[in-house]
Structure formats: C-alpha cells, structure tokens
Design a protein around this ligand. Structure first.
Ligand SMILES: Nc1ncnc2c1ncn2[C@@H]1O[C@H](COP(=O)(O)OP(=O)(O)O)[C@@H](O)[C@H]1O
Ligand SMILES: [Mg+2]
Length: 317
C-alpha cells in the first residue's frame, strides 16, 4: 500500500535525516516506527503526505507516486495526528472534527451525523462534548478528539506522530487500548511513530527500528524480541526497556485446548520467554506439553499481553 524506494532526505543545512530507506507498509497494517530522538522518524512520516519533500527516491501509495497525487486529495485522504494536541482553540469540538468533511463539501446533515458517531466511538457523549471548546476537555479527551478528527472523512491511511507521549501514563494506556479496539473495527493502514518500545510492542503488527536515518530492522514484535538484528536493537528492546521478564512462566498463560484442534508446534511448559517468542514468530498458537501430555495452548496475544502487563508494573513500581 505504501512503498518507499531508496528514499532519502537531506535538509538545507546538510543534515542527512533519512538515508536511502526501502520499506513496504501493507494495507490494514498497524506499522510502528521506533527509534531514538533524531533518528528520522518524523521526517519519514511527513514525507508520506508531502509535508516534507524528498531529496531522492520515490514513495508510492497504491502504486501511484505521491508526487502524482493532487496535494489536497493526498492530504485529505491521509489522517494526521500530532504529539502536541493541535485542536483549534476557538472552534468547538464538533467544528474541529468537521474540518476535513467541510473541505470535502460533505452535506451538513452527514457532517453532523459523523461528528456524533465519532464522539460516541471514543466514549465522549456527543450532547455534552460536541459544542465544548478544547480547553474545556482534559488532555486525554483532547487527544481522543485529535484521533477522531483524523478519522473524520474516513481516510484509508492515518499517520500518528508520538500521539500519546504528552499524556500522563493512565490516559496514555487508556488511549492505547482504545486505539487497539478502534483498529479492529476500522482496519485502517496506520503508521505510528513512537520512541517507547512498550507502546510499539503493544500496538504494532510490525515494528521498524530506525537509527541515524537508516532502518536497522523491521519485524513483528515477537521477531524483534526473539531475534534482534544487532546490539542496538537488543539494547533498545531489551533490558534497557525492562522487557526481559524475570520469572516468565508459560504456566501462567495457558489457555484450555479443544480436542479437535490440531497444533503444528509444541513447546515444553518449562520454555523460556526467548524460546516461546521465537516459536511464536512462526506460529500463532502453540500447544504446551508437560510430562508427555498436552496441557493447554498459548497464543501470541496472551504472551504479548503478559509482556505489556509486566512492563507496566515495572513502570509504575
Ligand atoms: N527542518 C530541519 N532542518 C534541518 N534539520 C532537520 C530539520 N528537521 C529535522 N532535522 C534533523 O533531521 C534529523 C531527523 O529528525 P526527525 O525526523 O525529526 O527525527 P525524530 O522524529 O526521529 O526525532 C535530526 O538530526 C534533526 O535534527
Ligand atoms: Mg519526531
């Protein structure tokens, strides 16, 4: 769906922000770009909707170069959510959400319906919030409106640049959960930038690790955890971020198994986190064996949930 071919960006002052990167983001995928500050994440994102022009290479969306799209069509068909809450302060919540539908000349009745539908979708009672001003909402609520505004005209692609990093940990977690549920429903192609590995693992179908304008590794959360490409990725996903779980036990994650199910992969109940993750990189579900018997199954979601949960405990403690 979104294809980068040898894309580079050099700023006017000579800074090489992005250095000949290649990547393919699939339709409906939740694609996370992660890396330290200055690694080129925002530049990559802003090149997609032409907020930043490329120096070399090509980016295509659905096989058509972005330079061949009408700029308005491109911007309106790509939702964009920023870190700093960027609602217009003098406009109501409803008016903020309606910006792109208005630009696209939707009928007023359809716009009104859409505002209420979106507010409901993110748990903000339309009758209460539609006519409030942004400053009458909490930071978390404002950012929730920021997300609905990006979704308003139903764009197939949404770009999110560290959208939750300015929020307190509780709101951040809540919005991450909401986004996971939302994505199950709306199935957009989401390109999500973060510098927080916990967030990347929780949200991403695949994660792209960047350093100094280059891509170091692209893989599923399991692949990155089980087989980091080099020391940089290992450190980034590893101990530094509290990802190696001491006392990891498959026993805690076992789900009941149905007799008719067939499992191609079997793992001993005593397996380590690394062993579990490397098998889960290849199989969605594993049968858990103990003393020659299959005692249950584990799946990717259960392990990821456990990882995310244990990381949150570490953060809070
Ligand atoms: N407008 C600009 N002019 C010059 N250098 C820039 C500009 N914007 C970003 N950079 C530089 O490009 C590199 C990548 O920046 P950026 O894409 O914002 O990284 P990230 O989002 O990963 O923090 C950094 O070295 C940054 O200082
Ligand atoms: Mg950035």
């Amino acid at each position: 769906m979104i294809q980068f071919d040898n894309v580079s960006k050099q700023y006017g002052d000579g800074t090489k922000a992005v250095d000949s990167i290649n990547l393919h983001i699939k339709e409906g995928e939740f694609f996370v770009i992660i890396g330290p500050s200055g690694s080129g994440k925002t530049t990559v994102l802003k090149m997609i909707n032409r907020l930043i022009p490329l120096t070399a290479g090509t980016i295509s969306i659905n096989g058509k170069r972005i330079s061949d799209y009408d700029i308005h069509e491109l911007r309106w068909d790509i939702g964009y959510v920023l870190q700093q809450i960027a609602l217009f302060p003098h406009m109501t919540i409803g008016e903020n959400i309606a910006i792109v539908p208005e630009l696209k000349n939707w009928e007023q009745g359809k716009i009104k319906e859409r505002i209420d539908e979106l507010l409901e979708m993110v748990g903000l009672e339309p009758d209460i919030y539609r006519s409030r001003k942004p400053h009458e909402l909490s930071g978390g609520q404002q950012q929730r409106v920021g997300v609905t505004r990006a979704l308003a005209a139903n764009p197939p692609i949404i770009l999110m640049d560290e959208p939750f990093s300015a929020l307190d940990p509780i709101s951040r977690e809540k919005l991450q959960e909401d986004l996971i549920h939302l994505q199950k429903k709306i199935k957009k192609t989401i390109v999500f930038v973060t510098h927080d590995m916990k967030e990347a693992i929780k949200l991403g179908d695949r994660i792209c690790v960047m350093k100094d304008g280059e891509i170091v590794q692209i893989g599923t959360p399991e692949e990155l955890l089980a087989n980091p490409e080099n020391e940089f990725v290992r450190q980034f996903v590893g101990e530094e971020h509290g990802l190696s779980i001491k006392g990891f036990s498959l026993q805690d994650l076992i789900l009941p198994i149905s007799e008719t199910e067939q499992y191609v992969a079997v793992i001993p109940a005593s397996a380590s986190l690394e062993e579990t993750l490397s098998l889960l990189a290849a199989h969605d579900e594993l049968a858990v064996e103990e003393g020659g018997n299959i005692i249950g199954m584990v799946n990717r979601q259960a392990v990821i949930r456990e990882l995310a949960g244990s990381m949150q405990k570490e953060v809070r403690s």
